[in-house]
Design a protein around this ligand. Structure first.
Ligand code: MLC
Ligand code: AMP
Length: 503
């Protein structure tokens, strides 16, 4: 559908634009509908369009060119959302950065993505942390300015999202416009997602769940996002209560805590009942919590399964069978198969277990600066190998039953590589050996436990703090066990199964 974009006095008239061929079509015909709310601050579509345009102008004035990578300090503020939306709309590549990142991981991200600029809601909070990279404060300007020129959806990166592997430092996954557009449109069909929906979430803005689904998803539909930047059950549910068609996006840990609270507070359960859709993902939702939610909220959760590299692959449908323990069939547009150890498709008979491989327009473009790592997960035919093990029922519903590598830990919905925590531990002068495992945990899904051999006595709290100084806070071990030696096999390899038995 071709539409002529609007202009007003202060805006440059854009050429005709295929509105549906841009990420946020309404940006060129904004209305006074709510677009964003963070705490008590709101922006309508019209205000957001102006704020984005002015942000882009400020970048242009500094000589930042479209296509450049820009670090985005994802502080809990409306300005953060404006910067992320403006960059996506105008063709800049955002590298979202967790403001709590430890120095070691931050240095790695900045060296690897090599942005010339960072943007932040409060540049003073960033001062001294980005070395020679200059920080631009995002200011929400009202009125005036030139509208953002429409950028058609392309196969070029829009985001670099850092994600952990089993070993080494996190890799930057290149997510393109096309990945985002195709996946969000698949999800819209699966969830009956419309412009009347208001997504409510308390997720961080540096991962797929909060950023691509929560922020870009809401705005692509012409709906709104209500961001509660810090997860507090009452705040999150208070936000749900405010909206007629709230879609709650949360990780299983959050649902677990919401259920704990709702069991003692009928008002919380009553609020849950008002939500149009409760969506869970980023980690497995235990069947027990699925059933608790159904009992308290009078509705079953929609469970969806994804990865940073592929966005979302499977989901139960808003009008389909929301089966506890299942993540639904593949989204329409996603090709999915189960493969054996040699990556050969396995028989589709029920209960056959294999690794999930997916193909489609939602699969990322590769890892930044890591061709070999890209080739290890993405084959020449476009199949991406997820490392997740699953079975498929006769009616096509997937059940995730495990992961190929036990060195990947999902804690509170965050992916943590055992190797990166071990490397950080070994940087402590008094740690001579270290091994990290994930231990099942009712609240977090998995809890990070570190086993260390020490050269001399050290307070375990100091070791935890040492890790936090280097990595993100969520990569800190919850538990540090001091041992005389690590169990090893004849080849000298640490036997993590033995550690799991001890833990
Ligand atoms: C944590 N803390 C510690 C600690 N670990 N303190 C000391 N020692 C440790 N080992 C601190 C925390 O920093 C926090 O401090 C406080 O203890 C409480 O920690 P917590 O129990 O972890 O709770 P919380 O910080 O509230 O975190 C839980 C959570 C969080 C659920 C809110 O895990 C979360 O935001 N998860 C979302 C992850 C996510 O978005 N994943 C999407 C990935 S994309 P303080 O000072 O802060 O209070 C993806 C694709 C897909 O997977 O499919 O979606
Ligand atoms: P990340 O790299 O942080 O995007 O994490 C992706 C991983 O999260 C996947 O490979 C899965 O192991 C896990 N995951 C995401 N959603 C689900 C889900 N609904 N059920 C089980 N595991 C999930």
């Amino acid at each position: 559908m071709l539409r002529r974009s609007i202009g007003c006095d202060a805006r440059r008239l854009c050429d005709t634009v295929c509105a549906l061929d841009t990420l946020f079509p309404w940006l060129y015909e904004p209305s006074d509908r709510l677009a964003l709310r963070v705490a008590d601050r709101t922006l309508t579509q019209r205000e957001l369009a102006v704020a984005c345009a002015r942000h882009v102008e400020a970048l242009g004035a500094r000589g930042v060119a479209a296509g450049e990578r820009i670090g985005v300090w994802t502080q809990p503020a409306l300005e953060t959302l404006v910067a992320l939306v403006a960059h996506a709309a105008a063709g800049y590549v955002s590298v979202p950065i967790d403001p709590k990142l430890g120095d070691g991981e931050l240095a790695h991200v900045l060296a690897d993505a090599a942005p010339r600029w960072c943007v932040a809601a409060e540049s003073s909070a960033v001062a001294g942390r980005t070395g020679t990279i200059e920080t631009i404060a995002t200011v929400i300007a009202t009125g005036g300015g030139t509208a953002i020129a429409p950028v058609p959806i392309r196969d070029t990166p829009a985001l670099v999202l850092y994600t952990s592997g089993t070993t080494g430092a996190p890799k930057g996954a290149l997510i393109t416009d096309r990945n985002i557009e195709s996946n969000l449109d698949m999800l819209a069909r699966a969830w009956g997602w419309t412009s009347d929906d208001v997504v409510v979430h308390a997720l961080p803005m540096f991962h797929v769940h909060g950023l691509v689904l929560g922020l870009f998803g809401s705005l692509r539909r012409g709906g709104a996002l209500r961001w509660v930047p810090r997860f507090v059950v009452d705040d999150l549910l208070g936000a749900v209560r405010d909206h007629e068609r709230a879609m709650l996006f949360a990780v299983p840990t959050m649902y677990h805590r919401v259920c704990d609270a709702a069991e003692h507070a009928p008002a919380i359960a009553a609020t849950l009942r008002t939500a149009r859709l409760l969506v869970s993902g980023s980690a497995p939702l235990p069947v027990r919590d699925h059933e608790r939610i159904e009992r308290l909220a009078g509705q079953r959760v929609i469970e969806r399964y994804g990865l940073t590299e592929t966005l979302i692959n499977c989901s139960t449908r808003h009008d389909g069978d929301r089966r506890p323990g299942a993540v639904g069939p593949p989204l329409d547009g996603v090709e999915l198969r189960l493969v054996d150890d040699d990556r050969r498709p396995i028989d589709a008979h029920p209960d056959a277990m294999g690794e999930i491989a997916v193909r489609g327009p939602h699969v990322f473009a590769g890892y930044l600066n890591r061709d070999e790592a890209t080739r290890a997960v993405l084959d020449r035919d476009g199949w991406f190998y997820t490392g997740d093990l699953a079975t498929r029922s006769e009616d096509g519903q997937l059940r995730i039953v495990g992961r190929r590598s036990t060195d990947l830990i999902k804690c509170g919905g965050f992916k943590v590589g055992a190797g990166e925590v071990e490397a950080a531990l070994l940087e402590h002068a008094e740690v001579s050996e270290a091994a990290v495992i994930g231990v099942p945990d009712e609240d977090l899904g998995e809890r990070i436990v570190a086993f260390v051999v020490l050269r001399s006595a050290v307070d375990p709290a100091a070791i935890v703090a040492h890790v936090a100084n280097r990595l993100s806070p969520h990569k800190r071990p919850r538990d540090v066990r001091v041992v005389d030696s690590l169990p090893r096999n004849a080849m000298g390899k640490v036997q993590k199964s033995a550690l799991r038995a001890i833990a």
